[in-house]
Structures are given as structure tokens and as C-alpha cells.
Design a protein around this ligand. Structure first.
Ligand code: ADP
Ligand code: MG
Length: 331
């Protein structure tokens, strides 16, 4: 039984970054306005995600870490949203608990006291009173300590941290109204203000140099079509003349979910059409809205890569959107 549980867990939880992703999703689902992530040794030794969301009442802690336990409705709708990256419903805490030492500590706003539950390699402990701030803190220590084969697949600490950083950055930019912070081995990597402003989030995450090179993208389809294949393209891209970035930063979102798609990347690069100085790379954070049924994530629910039914239309819209933005600034 335990073995089956662990194998299943390995499929869902590949590495620290996938744990972080699930925990942030939970915090956002809980309506958090602050999400603080801190990891040790790239997340291989410790992961902590603290939020100020609705919390978990003490009498529901056991259910939260149980298999197939979800308090959320609308599973079908989520999957139907087309970019079903929310994960396997009701499985995240359960699977993480099977392959680590997990503690969930929570106090719903207004509750007199908090409570916690610990899970060690799938063995669930008692619910105990715990002093804690309002909201939820999830701690995951010693990931894969009981699945050496899985642990062997982990890369160097720096590589695992890069992936964690990419995930937290992705959520921070997609949710500029939420204050998201990241800490690695006690050192702050970034902290967004959560003031709702995308530029301010970009500044916090990527620094002044990238932020100052940015122009707004705001594209909408022409009025005549009733159900256009692309509903909108918004975000920020870097002005070629002020782009000093020596690394490519492309963050793309489809219907609010962080994804990668070669069609989107190529469309952005095409829009620049060689205007960048040699060894300079564009920065873009773009939100693309398409009809939910037109996006395909069929490869594997864990994968970020998506395909579009109307790929040429998406490509054209994104290229137009970026070109327009650059033109508006005299290019
Ligand atoms: P799912 O998110 O698919 O429901 P999870 O295993 O990720 O499954 O979480 C199980 C349940 O635990 C959630 O449905 C929710 O009720 C509760 N939960 C988990 N994390 C949080 C959190 N940060 N804040 C409030 N409730 C949470
Ligand atoms: Mg979840």
C-alpha cells in the first residue's frame, strides 16, 4: 500500500519546484493576499509556504492531508478551462506527505487558536493545538527522504533553486495583486508589493534595468467577430533601444495560467525582427486570452507546454500586439 502510494507520489511530485507550485496554488485558492515562500538547499531540505488566506479549521486538517480530499468545487470547470494545470484534485498534500515530512499549521481568520497536523512518509499524526498567525503555513522537510530512487533524480541545489525561482516568479507576475516573496537559505530573492501593478511586480522580480525598458501591450480583436480565436493580449515588453538584458526573459500566460508555447515565443521574437542590439534579449510578460476549448495540454497535466487549435491566429495576434506596442513608442 505504502509503496503504491509512493510511486503515485513520484508521478505528481517530481522535484521541489513542483511542490512549491502546488502549495502556491493552494494559497491563491485560499484567497491569500500574501504568500511567502522560503526554501533551504534549493528546496531539497526544506520548503515553507505561508499565507494569510482563509485557513483550515482544526477539524478539517486531517481531511486536508487525506487522499482525494478537496474542499473545492468546480473540478470539471477547472479542467474545462483548457489549461488544467491545477493538478490532480485533492492529491497534492496527500502525495507530498507520502514522500516527505510535512506539517500543515493553520488558523482561520478570527479563530481563537491554531492547530497543526504532521505527516511523515505517509503516516499521519494527531491534530494538535499550535500557536500561529492567521492563515496557513505548510512545511515540507526532507523531500524524498524515503524514496532514494526519486531523490537521485534531483539536480544540484542551484538548479533546483532556479526552477523554484521560475515557478514563484511566474505566480508573482501573474498575480500582481498578491504580495509574493521568495527566500533561499535565509536570504530574500525578491518580494513583490502586491499593489496590483504589473510594472511594480516586474521591478521587484527582475530589477530596475529590465523594468525601465518596458512598454505596455494592450491588444484587442477587431469588433466584427463574435467569437474571435484570440480575445486579448496584454502585458509588458521591453523597448529594443533600452533593452540591456543579456538573458531572455519571456513569461507567457494563457487564460491566467503560466505556460510555455513555442508559438508564443516565436511570435514575440518575430515582432522584434532583429531590432535588438547583438547579445541583447527581449523581456516580455504577456497574458493571452483564448476561448478555453482552444488550448491543449494533452501531453501530461504536469507539463507547461501548450498547443493552440488556432495557432496561426494566436501567433499573428501576439506578433501584432508586440509590434503595436513597439510602434507606439516610435519604432
Ligand atoms: P486541492 O487543492 O486539489 O483541493 P490539496 O491536496 O492541494 O488538494 O489540498 C487539500 C485541501 O486542503 C484543499 O482542498 C483545501 O481545503 C485545503 N488547503 C490546502 N492548502 C490550503 C491553504 N494554503 N489554505 C487553505 N486551505 C488549504
Ligand atoms: Mg491543491
Amino acid at each position: 500500500e505504502r509503496t503504491v502510494q509512493r510511486i503515485a507520489a513520484g508521478e505528481v511530485v517530481e522535484r521541489p519546484a513542483s511542490v512549491v507550485k502546488e502549495l502556491i496554488e493552494n494559497s491563491l485558492d485560499a484567497g491569500a493576499t500574501r504568500v511567502a515562500v522560503s526554501v533551504e538547499a534549493g528546496g531539497t531540505e526544506g520548503i515553507r509556504v505561508r499565507d494569510d488566506g482563509v485557513g483550515i479549521p482544526a477539524d478539517q486538517l486531517e481531511a486536508a492531508v487525506a487522499e482525494h480530499a478537496t474542499s473545492k468545487i468546480g473540478d470539471i470547470e477547472d479542467l474545462d478551462r483548457g489549461v488544467g494545470t491545477l493538478g490532480f484534485r485533492g492529491e497534492a498534500l496527500y502525495t507530498v506527505g507520502a514522500v516527505s515530512r510535512l506539517t500543515v499549521r493553520s488558523r482561520p481568520p478570527g479563530a481563537d487558536a491554531g492547530a497543526e497536523i504532521a505527516v511523515e512518509g505517509g503516516t499521519v499524526g494527531e491534530v494538535r493545538p499550535a500557536g500561529c498567525p492567521e492563515g496557513t503555513t505548510v512545511e515540507v522537510d526532507d523531500l524524498f527522504y524515503n524514496t532514494p530512487a526519486r531523490k537521485k533524480f534531483l539536480k544540484r541545489t542551484a538548479t533546483e533553486f532556479d526552477r523554484v525561482n521560475a515557478v514563484v516568479t511566474g505566480y508573482a507576475l501573474a498575480n500582481p495583486g498578491v504580495a509574493v516573496s521568495l527566500e533561499h537559505d535565509g536570504r530574500e530573492t525578491f518580494a513583490t508589493e502586491g499593489n496590483g501593478d504589473l510594472r511594480s511586480a516586474v521591478l521587484a522580480v527582475y530589477g530596475r534595468e529590465v523594468a525601465e525598458a518596458m512598454v505596455d501591450v494592450a491588444w484587442a480583436p477587431g469588433g466584427s467577430e463574435t467569437d474571435p480565436p484570440v480575445r486579448g493580449v496584454t502585458g509588458l515588453v521591453s523597448h529594443p533601444e533600452t533593452t540591456r538584458s543579456t538573458r531572455e526573459y519571456l513569461a507567457t500566460y494563457v487564460n491566467g495560467r503560466y505556460v510555455t508555447a513555442s508559438a508564443l515565443r516565436e511570435a514575440v521574437l518575430d515582432a522584434y525582427g532583429g531590432q535588438l542590439a547583438p547579445d541583447r534579449y527581449p523581456f516580455a510578460v504577456l497574458f493571452v486570452e483564448v476561448p478555453p476549448g482552444d488550448v491543449d495540454v494533452n501531453v501530461h497535466p504536469r507539463k507547461l507546454e501548450v498547443r493552440f487549435d488556432e495557432e496561426p491566429a494566436v501567433r499573428e495576434a501576439v506578433e501584432d500586439a508586440v509590434e503595436e506596442a513597439l510602434l507606439d513608442h516610435g519604432l
